[in-house]
Write a protein that binds this ligand. Structure first.
Ligand code: ZN
Length: 178
């Protein structure tokens, strides 16, 4: 188990198209464990393998939604291997999205509200489910990473430029403070 360095924009590796996983072996199991450690440590709710520099079609997601009674975050780690969107709803929803590769920057993105998706879990079992809400959005965001797409690519040029300017300024301020 290890926390891996997360690649940030504009690193060109984030533009890689990831390749399908062919075998679920010990190396892949280790990668999945390390991706969960890295995601929880960041902290984040989703991470694609390419964000730690591995161009494979693997995602980990855990929304860590709070328990209704105690308010404590409940862990529900889910791994998606070779995920596919089979169908997206015509109805769209808007969420404020962020990304560990575009640190501390957020913007509203519109995506299909519900998707029918298939994927393989870490035991090689194939799942097909209808997903909605934040999970549907998060899966679509992470699947974009497999195609080399970032959430900022969904914004208008003006909004994207403003967000990247803020990111550059934040990095400069951090460098000064360090
Ligand atoms: Zn992301």
């Amino acid at each position: 188990m290890a926390i891996l360095p997360i690649i940030e924009t504009p690193d060109p590796r984030l533009r890689t198209i990831s390749t399908p996983v062919e075998a679920i072996d010990a190396d892949l199991q280790r990668l999945i464990d390390d991706m969960f450690d890295t995601m929880y440590d960041a902290p984040g709710i989703g991470l694609a393998a390419i964000q730690v520099g591995v161009p494979k079609r693997v995602l980990v997601i855990d929304l860590q939604e709070p328990d209704q009674e105690s308010g404590e975050a409940i862990r529900n780690p889910t791994v998606f291997i070779n995920p596919q969107i089979l169908e997206g709803s015509e109805e769209h929803s808007v969420y404020q999205e962020g990304c560990l590769s575009v640190p501390d920057q957020y913007a509203e993105v519109e995506r299909p509200a519900t998707v029918r998706a298939s994927w393989m879990d870490r035991n090689g079992v194939i799942h097909e489910e209808q997903l909605s809400g934040l999970l549907a959005t998060c899966l679509q965001h992470e699947m974009d990473h497999l195609e080399g797409i970032l959430f900022i690519d969904h914004l208008s040029r003006l909004k994207r430029d403003m967000l990247l300017k803020k990111l550059t300024k934040a990095r400069k301020d951090n460098a000064k403070a360090a």
